[in-house]
Structure formats: structure tokens, C-alpha cells
Design a protein around this ligand. Structure first.
Ligand code: COA
Length: 387
């Protein structure tokens, strides 16, 4: 297996992009990544495109070939990766495998979703496809509902409070104010979160990630030739993934995402680091409770302790551990197929020292954590600036 590096990263502005279609979003992010890697479209050998439900949101299937076409990659192989909200992270893992195996040298990984052309109710139904249709969605539960069950159980077992949940949203909105690509660039207060409308008790509007449009792209290459393209390649030290039951009710625990725990353990082993070594992490905060559980399942805090840590500011920018510096899914937005790739883009910028006013001082090792469904898929990557 060869070492793999990210040599280019690109993003488009996330949000309600009324005047842009899937193609324009992908082009913005893709061209930025190619320019960053100092390569032309002719250098690209393979493309993996992550998208969850482009057919339901945009009426467009066959998205990988569309991405390749739009970015001028003539006649290369291109494959769509669908793993619900973990589609982007899973696409990155496929790109990693393809370069590590020696099959391809220059691989582009893209992620895209355009969700705002349908009503909120249609979006909720489409997102519900990430759960078990027969046993969950048909019975009437939604994704906010599934995460609300986890939140209630976490509150019951560990004394986690609504203020602790709200503190996640406040921190991530604050980070998003420093990110020009973010959907929401507005600070909010704990009180505003607590007073926002109830979506699924105890989760309120401001505990939820939004419906978003957006795209992200990275370019991968073997580490030993990476410096030919970019002075600051970022080495992918681990790329792991695990699954669990689709049905929340059949899990061993409602307060742990086992797939995250397993993927993280493997990632630490592969990268030969521990949670203590991670300086910056983008976690999957689709709902505020998801960030608290992720911080515990990734090994940053013991079970039941992450909520208090967030409330006390330990996970804010340049504190004990900087979490979701991009604004996370909550503040930066969550165009589902793009999210896993966007997380990688943010960590690349942080490790290069290019994150401007949200730069984590001395960031050397970074992590991304991307979840599909209510925790049925978890993808973890660890990165380090190459020497
Ligand atoms: N965070 C902050 N603000 C939000 C928001 C969010 N999650 N969702 C909507 N808003 C804002 C909108 O920008 C709008 O503001 P404006 O009036 O200033 O324009 C206002 O709130 C109302 O927006 P609207 O689109 O009418 O809200 P909605 O009630 O239809 O949708 C949610 C709100 C929370 C239900 C929707 O964002 C949602 O379903 N989120 C979860 C998405 C999800 O499940 N993703 C997959 C995770 S696994």
C-alpha cells in the first residue's frame, strides 16, 4: 500500500444557492481544487462523486459522469458513492483506496447536494431514506425524531442538559462567522437556541443542521510525488469505516454510535496516534446531540462528559480541542453528499495554516468524522501535514 496525500482542496459557498444548479456548484468546488493542486483536467485518472439523493432533490442521477463531464475529465472512469450523509466521507475513502492500491495516481473526490429546490417536507422525506423505511420512517419518525430519542436518553443517563446541547450550536455558529463559505454567518446565544421553535423534543430549530446546497472537492496523489504538485501536501494517515444496524431500536445503546467508536479505534491504530494527539477535528453535528456523542465515541471525553465540556468552552476555537472550526454541519451547512468532503477541505486548510481568522494555532494532526443515517455508517480520517 502506498501513502496518500491530499494535494488540492476546493469548496463552493454553502447555503440557499437559488441561481446555481448541481453543475455550477460542482464546477466551483472542482475548479478550485484543481487550481490548488496545480493540475489540469487532463491529469485526472479517476473520479469518485459522493451524493445522497440527487435524484429526489434535483431529479438528476448519474452524478459522477456529470461531474467528470462538467470538470472536463475526458473519458475517465467515474463512480457515484451513496452512503446517506456519509456519502462524501465514503467517496474520500474510495479515492484513498484507489491511490493507496497503486491503481491510480491522480484521483478527484467530489461531493455535492442541492437540497433547497424542494420543500422542507419533501427534504425530510428524502433524508428519511437514510433510515429503515419499513420499520422507522413508515411508522412516522423523522431524522430529527431519531436524534431526539438519543438526546433524551443521553439526558436521562448522564444529566446532559438542553443548555449543553445549545452550547454546541452557539460554538459552531460562532466558528461559522469566520468562514466565508458558511451558510450562517451569524452568532447566536444559548437563550436564542432554547427559545427557537421545537422540532422534535428536546431538539429545537437551532439544534438542527439546515437544508443546504453545496459542493466540495479534493485531489489525491501518492505521497512520494505529491510535492511535485503542491508545497504543502497533507498526508492521509488513516481512512476507516464501520457500520451498525440501520434501525436505532436494535442498537446496543441509544447513547453511543458504535460505528463511530469502531472506526475511530481502527483509525487511531492505523495512524499510530491517540485522541490526545488530535489538534483539530470536524465531527458530524447534524444535530447538537450528535456532536456531544461524537466527542465521546471518538475518545475525546468519557461517556456523559462531553456536554459539560462544550458548555465550559473546552471545544471552542483554540481551546483544549478545536471542534468544527468550519462551523460544522450546524453553522456551515449540511448539503449531505458534500459534507464529508467539506470536512476534509477544512482540515487541509487548518493543517496548512491557511484557515485565516479561524486558524488553530500549531495544528499538526487533524481528524474528520462523517456519519450516515442515525449512526449506521461512520467514516473516520486522520491527517497530518507531510514533512
Ligand atoms: N438552523 C438555523 N436556522 C435555520 C435552520 C437551521 N437548521 N433551518 C432553517 N433556518 C432558518 C431559515 O434560514 C429561515 O430563516 P429566515 O426566516 O430568516 O429566512 C427560518 O429558519 C425558517 O426556515 P424554514 O426553511 O421555514 O424552516 P423549516 O421549519 O422548514 O426547517 C428544519 C427547519 C430544522 C426542520 C430543517 O432545517 C431540517 O429539517 N433540518 C434537519 C436536516 C436533516 O435532517 N439533515 C440530515 C441529518 S441526519
Amino acid at each position: 500500500m502506498r501513502d496518500v496525500a491530499i494535494i488540492g482542496a476546493g469548496l463552493c459557498k454553502f447555503g440557499e444557492r437559488w441561481n446555481s444548479g448541481l453543475k455550477e456548484l460542482m464546477a466551483e468546488a472542482g475548479i478550485m481544487a484543481l487550481e490548488d493542486a496545480h493540475i489540469s483536467s487532463h491529469d485526472v485518472e479517476m473520479l469518485y462523486g459522493g451524493t445522497m439523493a440527487s435524484g429526489r432533490f434535483s431529479g438528476q442521477e448519474h452524478v459522477a459522469a456529470l461531474m467528470a463531464d462538467q470538470l472536463g475529465f475526458k473519458n475517465i472512469p467515474a463512480v457515484r458513492i451513496e452512503n446517506a450523509c456519509a456519502s462524501g466521507g465514503s467517496a474520500l475513502r474510495q479515492g484513498y483506496i484507489s491511490v493507496a492500491s497503486g491503481i491510480h495516481d491522480i484521483v478527484v473526490v467530489g461531493g455535492v447536494e442541492k437540497m433547497t429546490d424542494v420543500t422542507s417536507s419533501e427534504a425530510t422525506t428524502a433524508l428519511g431514506g437514510a433510515g429503515d423505511q419499513e420499520w422507522e420512517l413508515f411508522q412516522g419518525i423523522t431524522f430529527p425524531g431519531l436524534y431526539a430519542l438519543m438526546a433524551r436518553r443521553h439526558m436521562h443517563d448522564y444529566g446532559t442538559t438542553e443548555e449543553m446541547l445549545a452550547a454546541v450550536a452557539v460554538k459552531n455558529h460562532e466558528n461559522a462567522t469566520k468562514n466565508r463559505f458558511a451558510q450562517f454567518r451569524k452568532s447566536i446565544t444559548i437563550d436564542e437556541v432554547l427559545r427557537s421553535k421545537k422540532v422534535a423534543d428536546p431538539l429545537k430549530l437551532l439544534d438542527c443542521s439546515p437544508i443546504s446546497d453545496g459542493a466540495a472537492a479534493v485531489v489525491l496523489a501518492p505521497l512520494d510525488i505529491a510535492k511535485k504538485y503542491n508545497d504543502t501536501p497533507i498526508k492521509v494517515m488513516a481512512s476507516t469505516q464501520a457500520t451498525d444496524t440501520l434501525r436505532l431500536a436494535e442498537r446496543d445503546s441509544l447513547t453511543e454510535v458504535k460505528a463511530t467508536r469502531i472506526a475511530a479505534q481502527k483509525a487511531y491504530e492505523h495512524a499510530k496516534v491517540s485522541a490526545k494527539d488530535i489538534d483539530v477535528v470536524e465531527v458530524h453535528d447534524c444535530f447538537t446531540i450528535a456532536e456531544i456523542m461524537a466527542m465521546e465515541d471518538l475518545g475525546f471525553y468519557p461517556k456523559g462528559k462531553a456536554g459539560k465540556a462544550v458548555l465550559e468552552g473546552e471545544t471552542a476555537l483554540n481551546s483544549k480541542i478545536s471542534v468544527n472550526t468550519s462551523g460544522g454541519l450546524k453553522g456551515c451547512g449540511h448539503p449531505v453528499g458534500a459534507t464529508g468532503v467539506k470536512q476534509a477541505v477544512e482540515v487541509v486548510w487548518q493543517l496548512r495554516g491557511d484557515a485565516k481568522e479561524r486558524q488553530v494555532d500549531g495544528a499538526e494532526v487533524g481528524m474528520t468524522h462523517n456519519v450516515g443515517g442515525s449512526g449506521s455508517t461512520a467514516v473516520v480520517h486522520i491527517y497530518k501535514r507531510a514533512d
